[in-house]
Design a binder for this molecule. Structure first.
Ligand code: IVH
Length: 701
């Protein structure tokens, strides 16, 4: 796609553009800005290797938007600004695929694959056949069509013959290029097939946010991808962080009817060619071999590591590599003969829904949990499945006694797909959602637009305990020796009644308890003492303000010198902070208008807990690493990445998200890849091992 020289050159242009004053960009910079931004999108979304910080990208994007606004006649369809969602559709038009989107024949074990190998040789009339093996992405099929180097149309699979026109939505998927230099290769039009997927971490974060906002969650990454593709508001699509992997050219025409001289001889060459045109393809996860034994071993290896992959796959696809062989073999009305899906073992099982229990969360949300007859799914025994909220129970029409289909997809939490209604015998009973809190018996409330019922009694024992657990948790105040069990025990015994109680514990009384020796009391004391010096954002997060996750807590903590400064902040001022919208702002204002919360913070301060932003006052401005930039790559073994990054920030250093000429130090763990290569090429980056980094951190003042 880009040669190293081109990459270096574009990086230089990027740096020059970044030096410019945003308000004074002139139209001659448009091409450079477009080139740089398209390149940065490709680096980030196709290569998964960002090289500029988000703020720098945003600045370049703003610059382009600004010149285009002043010179609208210079706006072209391939400008990165044209990905911006335009309006809300009311429905999607139906479009005919140029070539039907076939499905695949399935295989489930080594014998099936050997039998397919035998048949391939008969159909291709060959003794030896070369195969490729690539992941079977668990997402939504898509077809994208380019004409005169531009993305003209994108469609869902639909029934394979016709799908829905989702062109506008597809422009929100940054790994789908808006333009490609096809004409340079004599290609006039091109239809490509692939799969739209959502990464597991994006999916998880998305659902966590929805749960925090009291909304219902998306069942699994596959549904999330296909649902997202068909959303009417393209701006919402953009928020879903979709990714497209393209794996088949289904149709093309050449410029001037030039002779199609079949430069691309194989499936592998085709995908390599698509790579070079800027598309994301499976080549990084691909095997080429003529041995069916190797095909089988590769499928097994991927099945074993499917949980470690960043996206869901439900199998592998084996294809005959040579296009000439594919042509000889042909297709049935349903599937090509030259490809087969190897399906991994099901991650679904059926079980009986025994009862529903109701858990009270930290914010009083009532979470229904289905207790099912324990059943093994993909190596784990599942007996409890969250039902999230009442709507999920109603939408699925679940009943006690139902036989239910349960799915567990990798590290996605298990969920009930559906009840098997046809197996009902009439003995099933309705699930009655409680009207009162199962712990404190106060009436439950449901806010407008929210899916969750809530107990609004902030003194409800369950909520208090959950708040304490959250406060002491690893990502909040990190009080190692104060886990769930101890908090529950201390609460029941009346030793801790509120967060302040943690800092007023009667250790003599604890010493009288079972299993509390001198050593564990020492450890507990030390952990509590240590938590007093945690940076402010951990306290902000630990206080459990609604909608304030770790990232928002960091943004908030950075903005004040003392936590109580927020008493004077209003919604408008909060909304000026990065990523803080009206909903979060209102929750923060409410929190700091509450007298009890103010007293709590004052009391914590008096007890010695850090309520100030010490870093802002001292470290970052005068830190020993002030002005130096850092990036970590590969797998670290001595530190957790978040810890190492916090050490850098604590000493005033800045973290970058990619290798560029601005980077001073690259710290490499095991299996460091392209970032290390790039740093070496740049020649200006100091590469450190973990041990060297540790020395650096500990020897500087
Ligand atoms: S090839 C003629 N390759 O699986 C080409 N399909 O169950 C046929 N899929 O409809 C498709 N990953 O949506 C192919 N690497 C991959 C795939 C893949 C996922 C989907 C595709 C297809 C379905 C069949």
């Amino acid at each position: 796609m880009y040669t190293t020289e081109e990459e270096i050159q574009i990086n230089q242009i990027a740096q020059e553009l970044l030096q410019q004053n945003e308000a004074e960009v002139d139209p001659s910079a448009i091409d450079a800005l477009k080139k740089v931004l398209n390149y940065l999108d490709w680096k980030y979304y196709v290569q998964d290797n960002p090289i500029l910080a988000d703020v720098e990208y945003d600045k370049l994007f703003r610059m382009l938007k600004q010149v285009e606004a002043s010179y609208p006649e210079l706006v072209r369809a391939d400008s990165p600004t044209q990905r911006v969602a335009k309006g809300i559709s009311t429905s999607f038009n139906t479009v005919l695929h140029y070539v039907p989107m076939l499905s695949l024949e399935n295989s489930y074990n080594a014998d099936d694959l050997r039998e397919w190998d035998r048949k391939c040789k008969v159909f291709a009339k060959k003794e030896v056949i070369e195969y490729t093996v690539e992941p079977k992405y668990d997402g939504a099929g898509i077809s994208v069509y380019y004409e005169e180097d531009h993305l003209e149309r994108a469609a869902t699979r639909g029934d394979g013959i016709q799908g829905e026109d989702i062109t506008n939505n597809s422009k929100q998927i940054k790994s789908i290029p808006l333009s490609a230099k096809l004409s340079e290769k004599n290609v006039a039009s091109l239809e490509i097939r692939g799969e739209v997927i959502i990464r597991k971490d994006t999916f998880k974060a998305f659902n966590e946010k929805r749960i925090a906002e009291g909304l219902s969650i998306l069942a699994n990454p596959r549904n999330a991808a296909s649902g997202s593709l068909r959303m009417l508001d393209a701006a919402e699509v953009a928020k879903r962080g979709l990714h497209a992997v393209l794996y088949n050219i289904s149709y093309h025409t050449n410029i001037n009817n030039a002779e199609d001289n079949r430069v691309l001889q194989s499936h592998y060459d085709t995908l390599k060619w698509l790579d070079s045109m800027g598309f994301a393809t499976p080549t990084g996860d691909m095997l080429r071999t003529s041995s069916i034994d190797e095909v089988i071993a590769y499928c097994d290896a991927y099945e074993a590591k499917r949980d470690e992959l960043p996206f869901e796959i439900d199998g592998m696809v084996v294809k005959v590599n040579q296009l000439a062989d594919q042509e000889t073999m042909g297709q049935t009305s349903h599937h090509p003969r030259w490809a087969i899906a190897y399906k991994f073992k099901a991650r679904q099982a059926t079980s009986k829904l025994l009862k529903v229990e109701y858990q009270v969360g930290r914010t009083g949300n009532i979470g229904p949990v289905a207790k099912i007859q324990p059943v093994p799914i993909g190596g784990v025994t599942v007996s409890s499945v969250s039902l999230f909220n009442e709507d999920v129970i109603r939408e699925k029409d679940l009943r006690i006694g139902d036989t239910v289909l349960v799915e567990r997809a990798g590290d996605v939490i298990p969920y009930i797909v559906k009840p098997l209604a046809e197996l009902r015998d009439g003995s099933e009973t309705a699930i009655v959602f409680p009207s009162h809190c199962p712990v404190c018996d106060d009436a439950l409330f449901k806010a407008e637009g929210e899916a969750a019922w809530r107990c609004v009694n902030i003194n409800c024992a369950a909520q208090v305990v959950e708040r304490l657990i959250h406060f002491a948790s690893k990502d909040a105040m990190d009080i190692r020796n104060l886990g769930d069990a101890n908090i529950n025990r201390f609460y029941e015994l009346g030793f801790i009644k509120s967060v302040e109680g943690i800092y007023q514990l009667d250790f003599d009384a604890i010493a009288q308890l079972d299993k509390f020796g001198a050593k564990s009391i020492e450890n507990l004391k030390a952990a509590i003492e240590k938590s007093k010096t945690q940076p402010l954002y951990r306290l902000v997060y630990g206080l459990g303000i609604r909608f304030v996750g770790e990232t928002t807590a960091k943004t908030l903590a950075k903005s004040v010198t003392h936590l109580l400064d927020f008493i004077t902040w209003d919604e408008a001022r909060l909304c000026t902070l990065e990523d803080i919208g009206p909903k979060v702002a209102s929750a923060v204002v409410q929190f700091f208008r509450n007298e009890d919360n103010i007293r709590l913070i004052e009391h914590l301060g008096a007890l010695g807990v850090n309520v100030e932003n010490k870093h802002q006052a001292t470290d970052t401005s005068a830190g020993a690493l002030n002005g130096k930039t850092f990036l970590f790559t590969g797998t670290l073994s001595q530190f957790k990445r978040s810890e190492a990054e916090a050490m850098v920030e604590a000493k005033g250093g800045k973290l970058l998200s990619g290798v560029s000429s601005k980077l001073n130090y690259l710290i490499v763990g095991a299996d460091a890849g392209s970032k290390l290569e790039k740093a070496k090429k740049l020649n200006t980056v100091i590469v450190l091992t973990e041990a060297e980094f540790s020395d650096l951190i500990h020897t500087i003042a």
